[in-house]
Write a protein that binds this ligand. Structure first.
Ligand code: BG6
Ligand code: MG
Length: 218
């Protein structure tokens, strides 16, 4: 069987941490006197911590000194990490282990391509750290999604050509990054926001093993 590289985003694909990012940003915005809608939150998915705060401040028409900016960013991360501290394997999204197991059984390359600087910590919390042959996270890249850098480094770590890689992503920016990398993009979420992906599934419960097999043999 052909060996391919399967690259997973973390937040919102493997675990439902997207909801914790949202809660932490929302509480920060509320502190600054405005709110963030779920629709606005879609634009924050896959976006780095710094860039997220810049975008949010733009929505609220706020400017901050560098010192205050750093303080709010640290505060957001502390709030976020308080949610992460409670996590365990029960927060792995439905049927993600089924796909990971199948990829392991068929000896495919498995990597992580995440914008998060907390990615390694989260993988350890949910017991998936060992599953990934290559991990590329927010500490390893100089250009954030939608730049393809994160996925190109992941492909290198797996020793696979970009065209032999498949990316699972829940963010608009991440799907764009995968497409620019020349990889097959699989959107996890809604067709409305991820219509630019090669395939879109609501979640992993919709992904059949036969579909993965087809991707492997392509
Ligand atoms: C991405 C999330 O995976 O990581 C974004 O989708 C988040 O919402 C980004 O801002 C950075 O995460 P962290 O954990 O480094 O703040
Ligand atoms: Mg994500």
């Amino acid at each position: 069987m052909n060996k391919k590289g399967f690259i997973f985003d973390l937040d919102g694909v493997i675990v439902d941490t997207a909801k914790y990012h949202y809660l932490a940003w929302k509480s920060l915005a509320n502190e600054l006197g405005f709110d963030i809608s779920l629709e606005q939150n879609e634009q924050l998915k896959g976006v780095s911590r710094v860039r997220s705060l810049e975008i949010i401040l733009g929505w609220g028409n706020k400017t901050l000194s560098q010192e205050a900016f750093d303080k709010y960013m640290a505060e957001k991360n502390d709030n976020y990490l308080s949610h992460i501290a409670q996590m365990d394997a029960g927060e792995i999204l439905p049927d993600v282990p089924k796909t990971l197991n199948y990829l392991q059984e068929t000896q495919q390359g498995i990597a992580l391509g995440s914008a998060s600087k907390n990615a390694r910590k989260i993988l350890r919390k949910v017991g998936l750290f060992e599953v990934f042959e290559g991990i590329v996270d927010g500490n390893d890249v100089s250009k954030a999604k939608p730049d393809p850098e994160v996925f190109l480094i992941a492909a290198e770590k797996l020793d696979k050509k970009p065209t032999d890689c498949i990316v699972f992503e829940d963010s608009v920016a991440g799907v764009t990054a995968a497409n620019s990398a020349g990889m097959i993009s699989i959107g996890i979420g809604s067709e409305d926001t991820l219509g630019h992906a090669d395939y879109v599934f609501k979640d992993f419960t919709e992904i059949q093993t036969s579909f993965i097999e087809e991707l492997i043999n392509r």
